[in-house]
Write a protein that binds this ligand. Structure first.
Ligand code: 7RM
Length: 635
């Protein structure tokens, strides 16, 4: 019997052992028994990390949309596939059944074919969180076009860079988008971007905000009239297992964003398997991931993973603050959400608000809570556990990356234990290891080092679009024959992993390696502190010293900041030791964040080092205005 759904801790250990001892039979069985294939594979896995080359299910043929839609029709035709919750709470939610998804995806796919989009062509999708976003992603997959979704908060410059890098011939967008009480002119941004993109032949425009937009003759087409006359059936393109499914850009610490390429079969098998287990999804559940489909979290755990399991997945168009800070909890109550998956940055922001925003709503439908994107600090973990889960919804702290395609290290709720701030155990098929700086594997169970993965897993990215050498250099050249994650981690004496953050966040102070995350945890424990970020700056004696940027819950003028600085350093001394005390503490109203909620430490590092004139590109920040404020008040 296949290990597809893990229900007990014994099953977890058994599945894990098998996945290591005989990965091909482990994944072969899961793939064979839980998906539909047009042709079976010849070999489950071929790999060579020195090239690097990895292929899963070589020789197999399939279409991922048949697995996400068609095969559910006999049993789940009337089940809601997508539950759309609009920005405006007074606008009705929409339930799109699997049968309706089939028709809408087929119609959209036929429109793409009519516009001469062919297998292997790249299509850029720049849409807000509306059903058309998921539908256009699936329509591309239906005809074998490679989608490249660009988060619709990115600027025209960021958009044109991404369109040109992979040579998209089409852009799918909308007239505009709603976000809270704002309307954003998406079509205007696309027009500006396309001034620098000669390869784009066609633009399809969905209507969402009904604003006036300019349509370029011959290039731009309204989507709806084309859909209205398209057939509701569309024969899926036959895809080889290793054909690229999508490109998704992720920004590195330097240089051009990297277009991570994910392939079809392995990605499908792995995202479906991990979705089922990490969220313990059951047939009647209503699952909600608050990420945007513009990020990998949305690709894998709003669209592909849930739909491959025949799940009901929520698409929320709005923001957590509109019409007020109770919106998330209002939605949980309204749709009786069973699994809720969000980011630490959102949890911290929500935890800062009056608890009345939470208490107003019935959250008793919740069974599993999830977090992803950053290390979650202890205080935020407990707030989430106590106030949202009421102590009886396990928190899955899921560690993974755009590059890994799916969740790698995570508890399995009700099966393996959760530990605050720990992502805990590797999922079946994942072989993590810790390395020291000289490239030796740390073999003691209790250890702390750089996190690598020793063995391929089905959803790993296969290359960087147009730059395989960079893929090799970035991920496979630091440590021999291993995938390097860029993260640091510690492993406790029972094999649980705690991700401490990017290794470039490790600061060496007087010869001591200090990770920023545990120090931030200590600072955040202070009752007056809402959030903090710590960076190093050059110091004559210590080599580096620590600089803390601290957001207070109330930024009142009257607070005695001298005392507060002492109290914060006292806490650090107690929790970590005097070596980790902060030389400088700057109180600030905000921290520069990426659109997906990660603190941009690169900018904070430069400001702390007194190099605030050369901050590089800050246009993709969520809140570029805080940068000026931080620069002004630098210590
Ligand atoms: C899914 C996603 C990847 C980076 C990764 C880590 C950090 C993600 C966790 C985490 C600690 C977690 N993809 N990260 N999840 N750190 N605990 N549970 O976020 O490509 O955008 O980012 O995010 O540093 O390398 S991503």
């Amino acid at each position: 019997m296949s290990n597809y759904h893990i229900k007990t801790v014994e099953e977890y250990h058994q599945a894990y052992r098998r996945s290591v001892q005989d990965p091909e039979s482990f994944w072969g069985e899961i793939a064979r028994e839980n998906f539909v294939w047009q042709k079976p594979w010849d070999t489950v896995l071929n790999w060579d990390f020195t090239k690097p080359e990895v292929s899963w299910f070589e020789g197999a043929q399939l279409n991922i949309t048949e697995n996400c839609i068609d095969r559910h029709l006999p049993t789940r035709g009337d089940k809601t596939a997508i539950l759309f919750e609009p920005n405006d709470p007074s606008e009705a939610a929409q339930k799109i059944t699997y049968r309706e998804m089939y028709a809408r995806v087929c119609q959209f796919a036929n429109v793409l074919r009519d516009m001469e989009v062919q297998k292997g062509d790249r299509v850029c999708i720049y849409l807000p969180m509306i059903p058309e976003l998921a539908i256009s992603v699936l329509a591309c997959a239906r005809i074998g076009a490679i989608h490249s979704v660009v988060f619709a908060g990115f600027s025209a410059t960021a958009l044109s860079t991404r369109i040109n890098d992979c040579d998209c011939k089409m852009v799918i967008t909308s007239d505009g988008s709603f976000r809270g009480n704002k309307t954003i002119d998406l079509k205007g941004i696309v027009d500006e971007a396309l001034e620098n993109c000669d390869g784009v032949e066609k633009v399809l425009v969905a209507k969402r905000v009904h604003s006036e937009v300019t349509m370029k003759e011959g290039r731009d087409h309204w989507l709806q009239p084309l859909l209205d006359v398209a057939s509701e059936d569309c024969i899926p393109e036959v895809m080889n297992a290793e054909d690229p499914l999508f490109i998704l850009y992720t920004s590195g610490s330097t240089g051009m964003p990297k277009g991570m390429v994910h392939s079809t079969a392995g990605y499908m098998v792995y995202t479906a398997y991990t979705f089922k287990n990490v969220f313990q999804y059951e047939e009647e559940d209503i699952y909600w991931c608050t990420a945007d489909i513009g990020w990998i979290t949305g690709h894998s755990y709003i669209v592909y993973g849930p739909l491959a399991n025949g799940a009901t997945t929520v698409i929320f168009e709005g923001v957590p603050t509109y019409p007020d800070w109770g919106r998330f909890w209002q939605i949980v109550e309204k749709h009786k959400i069973t699994q809720f998956y969000t980011a630490p940055t959102a949890i911290r922001a929500l935890a800062k608000q009056d608890i009345g925003f939470v208490e107003k709503y019935d959250l008793s439908s919740l069974k599993v809570l999830g977090t992803v994107g950053e290390p979650i600090n202890e205080e935020a973990w407990h707030w989430y556990d106590d106030n949202i889960g009421k102590g009886n919804s396990p928190i899955v702290d899921t560690w993974w990356q755009t590059e890994t395609g799916g969740i790698m290290i995570s508890p399995i709720p009700f099966v393996t234990p959760t530990i605050p701030t720990f992502a805990t155990l590797p999922l079946p098929g994942i072989q993590p290891c810790l390395m020291d700086e000289s490239g030796n594997e740390l073999t003691a169970t209790r250890a702390s080092g750089r996190l690598c993965i020793k063995f391929p897993w089905p959803a790993m990215a296969r290359t960087i679009w147009g730059n395989h050498q960079r893929y090799k250099n970035t991920y496979f050249s630091i440590f021999d024959n291993k995938y390097f994650t860029g993260d640091g981690a510690l492993r406790d004496n029972t094999g649980n992993y705690r991700i401490t953050g990017r290794v470039d966040d490790v600061i060496i102070v007087s010869g001591h390696n200090l990770g920023t995350a545990p120090i931030e945890d200590a600072v955040d424990e202070h009752p007056a502190v809402a959030e903090s970020a710590i960076v190093g700056f050059p110091h004559d004696v210590k080599g580096n010293a620590l600089y803390g940027y601290v957001i207070l819950k109330e930024m009142g003028e009257s607070r005695d900041h001298t005392n507060l600085r002492k109290e914060i350093n006292q806490l650090i001394t107690e929790r970590i030791g005097p070596i980790a005390k902060l030389d400088k503490i700057q109180f600030t109203s905000g921290l520069p964040k990426t659109r997906s909620g990660k603190i941009m430490r690169r900018i904070l590092r430069k400001i702390a080092a007194g190099d605030s004139e050369n901050l590089g590109d800050i246009s993709t920040l969520l809140n570029p205005e805080v940068v000026a404020d931080i620069k002004k008040n630098v210590i």
